[in-house]
Ligand binder design. Structure first.
Ligand code: PMP
Length: 426
C-alpha cells in the first residue's frame, strides 16, 4: 500500500481530497484509496502491484471487462486520424443509428460527454417542450450533479426541494420535487398538488445509487400512466442500466417505454460519453431545429465514438447477457448462502448484471430509507476484508456492484469464498 499512500498524500496537496470524483477518496469506508496503474478483463492492479478482482468496472462502463482488445484497437485507429474536428462525422451518424436500433424509443439521439450532461439536457428539453417548471425525482436516485438534480427529499412527500449541496440556489431547488422510489402514491400526490406544472419525471429504472434497488411490480408502468394522464415527459435515466440490465436497457427488461432516455457509461466503452434521445416530436425542439439550447465542443468526439461503437458492436455477442446474468445471480446467491451459514443478517438485490448486498434484517430492500438504515459498520469490515483478499468492490455501501463478461465461475467462487471467510469472523 506504500505507493498508494504516498500518492494519496501527494494528491491531496493539489487536488481537493486527492481525487477527481468524491467516492474515490474512500471516505465512506476509511483507509487509503488504491491508486490504479492498469486493468485487464476482470482485474485491476494498484500501483503497489497488487491485483484485485474488480466489481466496480469503472462504475459500470466496462460491461465487456477492462481493456477489451476491440475497443482498444478502435481507439488507436481513430486517433491516427486526429483527435477532434468540431465538425460532423460519419461515426456520429452510425452511432445515432445504432443507439436507435438497440433502444427503439430513442428515435433521435444527441451525443454529449457525460451522464450529467445527458440528464441536465434532457430536463431542459422536457421543460422547454412542455413549458412547465417542475420535475419529480426520487429520493436516493442520482442523476449527475446538475443544479436542479442535486436535491434530496425533505421529510414529507410534498416537501419542496431543499438543495443537498451549497451552491445550488433555493430558487432552482424549489422546482425539484422528491418522491419515494417504488411508491406511486407519493408521485400521485405531487401531480394533485401541481396539476399543470410538472414538466417531467426522471427516474433510474433500476436504482443504482442507493445500492441496487429494482423497481417493484407496476412502479414503472404507473409512472408511465401518470405522465400520460398529466401531459408530462417520462425520462428514464439509463446511464447505469443502459446496455447492462438488458441489451435494450431497463425499458426492454421491464417493457415500459419512456419519452426520453439518458445514456452514459457503456455507450462510451470507457471514454467520456453520454447521450440523450427519445421521441422525434420532442427531440426536434432542441437547437438547431428548435429553440431549446444545447451544445458541446467535444460532443460526438471521433475517438470516443470509435470506442463506443466498438463496445456496442460487441453487445451482439449472443452469449454476453446470459453469461453476465448467470454470474451475477451466482455471486449474490453465494454471498447469501455464506452469510446465512454464519448467521450474518444480509439480503441482496440484483437486476441483469447490477447487484447490491445489504447488511440488514429486512427480507428485501426497496427504498432509500431502508438502504441507508443498513449496518454500515459491518459493511466497512466486509469491504476491507475483501480488499485485503484481493476483491475490489465499490467503496461505499450505497453503490451498486457490476459484473463483466470477463468474469468467470471460478472468480465468483473465489469471491464467495473470500466473503465467507470474512462472515465467519464478523
Ligand atoms: N445518472 C446515473 C444513473 C448515474 O449513475 C450517473 C453516474 N454514476 C450519472 C447520471 C452521472 O453520470 P456522469 O458521472 O458520467 O456525469
Amino acid at each position: 500500500m506504500q505507493q498508494s499512500e504516498k500518492l494519496f498524500s501527494r494528491a491531496q496537496k493539489t487536488i481537493p481530497g486527492g481525487v477527481n470524483s468524491p467516492v474515490r477518496a474512500f471516505k465512506a469506508v476509511g483507509g487509503t484509496p488504491r491508486f490504479i496503474s492498469k486493468a485487464d478483463g476482470p482485474y485491476i492492479w494498484d500501483v503497489d502491484g497488487k491485483r484485485y478482482i474488480d466489481y466496480v468496472q469503472s462504475w459500470g462502463p466496462m460491461v465487456l471487462g477492462h481493456n477489451h482488445s476491440a475497443i482498444r484497437q478502435a481507439v488507436i485507429t481513430a486517433a491516427e486520424n486526429g483527435l477532434s474536428f468540431g465538425a460532423p462525422t460519419e461515426a456520429e451518424v452510425i452511432m445515432a443509428e445504432k443507439v436507435s436500433a438497440l433502444v427503439p424509443s430513442m428515435e433521435m439521439v444527441r451525443m454529449v460527454n457525460s451522464g450529467t450532461e445527458a440528464t441536465m439536457s434532457a430536463i431542459r428539453l422536457a421543460r422547454g417542450y412542455t413549458g412547465r417548471n417542475k420535475l419529480i425525482k426520487f429520493e436516493g436516485c442520482y442523476h449527475g450533479h446538475a443544479d436542479s438534480l442535486l436535491v434530496k427529499a425533505g421529510s414529507g412527500a410534498l416537501t419542496l426541494g431543499v438543495p443537498s449541496s451549497p451552491g445550488v440556489p433555493a430558487d432552482v431547488a424549489q422546482h425539484t420535487l422528491t418522491a419515494e422510489f417504488n411508491n406511486l402514491a407519493s408521485v400521485e400526490q405531487m401531480f394533485a398538488e401541481y396539476p399543470d406544472d410538472i414538466a417531467c419525471i426522471i427516474v433510474e429504472p433500476v436504482a443504482g445509487n442507493m445500492n441496487c434497488i429494482p423497481p417493484v411490480e407496476g412502479f414503472l408502468q404507473g409512472l408511465r400512466k401518470l405522465c400520460d394522464n398529466n401531459g408530462s415527459v417520462l425520462i428514464f435515466d439509463e446511464v447505469m442500466t443502459g446496455f447492462r440490465v438488458a441489451r435494450g436497457g431497463a425499458q426492454e427488461r421491464y417493457a415500459v417505454v419512456p419519452d426520453l432516455t439518458c445514456l452514459g457509461k457503456v455507450i462510451g466503452g470507457g471514454m467520456p460519453v453520454g447521450a440523450f434521445g427519445g421521441k422525434r416530436d420532442i427531440l426536434t425542439h432542441i437547437a438547431p431545429t428548435g429553440p431549446v439550447y444545447q451544445a458541446g465542443t467535444l460532443s460526438g468526439n471521433p475517438v470516443a465514438m470509435a470506442a463506443g461503437l466498438a463496445a456496442l458492436a460487441e453487445l451482439e455477442n449472443e452469449s454476453l447477457y446470459p453469461h453476465i446474468y448467470h454470474l451475477t445471480e451466482a455471486l449474490v446467491n453465494g454471498f447469501q448462502a455464506a452469510a446465512d451459514k454464519h448467521g450474518i443478517p444480509l439480503t441482496t438485490n440484483h437486476a441483469g448484471s447490477m447487484f447490491g448486498i445489504f447488511f440488514t434484517d429486512l427480507d428485501k430492500v426497496t427504498n432509500y430509507q431502508q438502504a441507508i438504515n443498513c449496518n454500515n459498520e459491518q459493511f466497512k469490515q466486509f469491504y476491507h476484508g475483501m480488499l485485503d483478499a484481493g476483491v475490489y468492490m465499490a467503496p461505499a455501501s450505497y453503490e451498486a456492484g457490476f459484473m463483466s463478461y470477463a468474469h468467470t465461475d471460478a472468480l465468483i467462487a473465489e469471491t464467495v469464498s473470500a466473503a465467507e471467510h470474512i462472515f465467519s469472523k464478523l
